[in-house]
Design a binder for this molecule. Structure first.
Ligand SMILES: NC(=O)c1ccc[n+]([C@@H]2O[C@H](COP(=O)([O-])OP(=O)(O)OC[C@H]3O[C@@H](n4cnc5c(N)ncnc54)[C@H](OP(=O)(O)O)[C@@H]3O)[C@@H](O)[C@H]2O)c1
Length: 243
């Protein structure tokens, strides 16, 4: 069957930005979509508007992550999982990053992905596809972003390790590495008088990505037709990683 017609895919962190664009793209391709986000009212209202399954989840709650994956599997089924939740709360030199911020960034960007992936593989019957939303900082250093860079590099390591562990079960694992993307996460930097221009100057295509452009790559990697793709990293970065 072409596309994602009828296949159940859960998107963790889907109430805005790239995650919301992923949920919308998957719907366009015929998937049966589930979304999560921290705010129960927002998740309920958005799930109603989109006509999808939805449940509130803070990925720092280590018990709740497998429970939510389990409820999606029971109520909708399971073929794909997209781990998109991520935070980047500070933009500062490494010596100014406290352990509290370090722990939060690692917990949301990396540990949550491990827990979700483990639950997914534990419940999956048959073949499946797992996509992590990493960053170009999964592949290169990010100044003033030590915790975020460490977490996203870890996510790329995790994707490769899981691809190897689960290849014999028909579970494909890939990482999408967005460059600068127009979302709430980058709003402050985009509006900054000097940094905004400086960032654009470092992007060969001279603009940030639109969330839909990242979403299309995520959907492509989920599609069962692309069955030879596993353990890979796919940059959607306007040429940044080529420079
Ligand atoms: N924007 C960029 O330039 C860029 C570049 C490279 C990679 N990325 C990555 O792309 C992903 C999406 O980012 P975005 O730009 O769309 O950012 P965003 O608009 O800030 O959205 C972040 C997403 O993560 C979720 N999230 C944050 N903390 C969470 C928690 N504790 N528990 C559950 N969900 C949580 C948010 O859900 P809530 O609605 O509950 O807050 C939201 O869905 C992230 O992994 C980010 O690191 C972004």
């Amino acid at each position: 069957m072409p596309g994602l017609e009828g296949l159940p895919v859960l998107v963790i962190g889907a109430t805005r930005g790239i995650g919301l664009a992923v949920a919308q793209e998957l719907l366009r391709r015929g998937a049966r979509v589930g979304i999560t986000g921290r705010d129960p009212d927002r998740v309920r209202s958005l799930a109603g508007t989109l006509g999808v399954w939805g449940e509130a989840l803070d990925v720092r709650d280590r018990e709740a992550v497998p429970q939510v994956v389990g409820r999606f599997q029971e109520e909708v089924g399971l073929y794909g999982l997209v781990y998109n939740a991520g935070v980047s709360p500070v933009f500062t030199r490494a010596e100014r990053i406290g352990l509290e911020v370090w722990d939060e960034v690692l917990e949301v960007n990396l540990t949550g992905a491990f827990l979700a992936a483990k639950a997914f593989a534990g419940l999956l019957e048959g073949q499946g596809s797992l996509v992590f939303v990493g960053s170009i900082l999964s592949l290169r250093g990010g100044a003033r972003l030590a915790a975020y860079t460490a977490a996203k590099a870890g996510l790329w390591g995790l994707a490769r390790a899981l691809a190897l562990d689960w290849a014999d079960r028909g579970i494909r694992v890939n990482l999408v590495a967005p460059g600068w993307t127009e979302t709430e996460m980058t709003q402050g930097l985009r509006e900054h008088p000097h940094l905004g221009q400086k960032i654009l100057g470092g992007i060969p295509l001279a603009r940030m990505a639109r969330p839909e452009e990242v979403a299309r790559m995520v959907a492509f990697l989920l599609e069962p037709e692309n069955s030879y793709l596993t353990g890979g990293v796919y940059a959607v970065d306007g040429g940044v990683s080529a420079s």
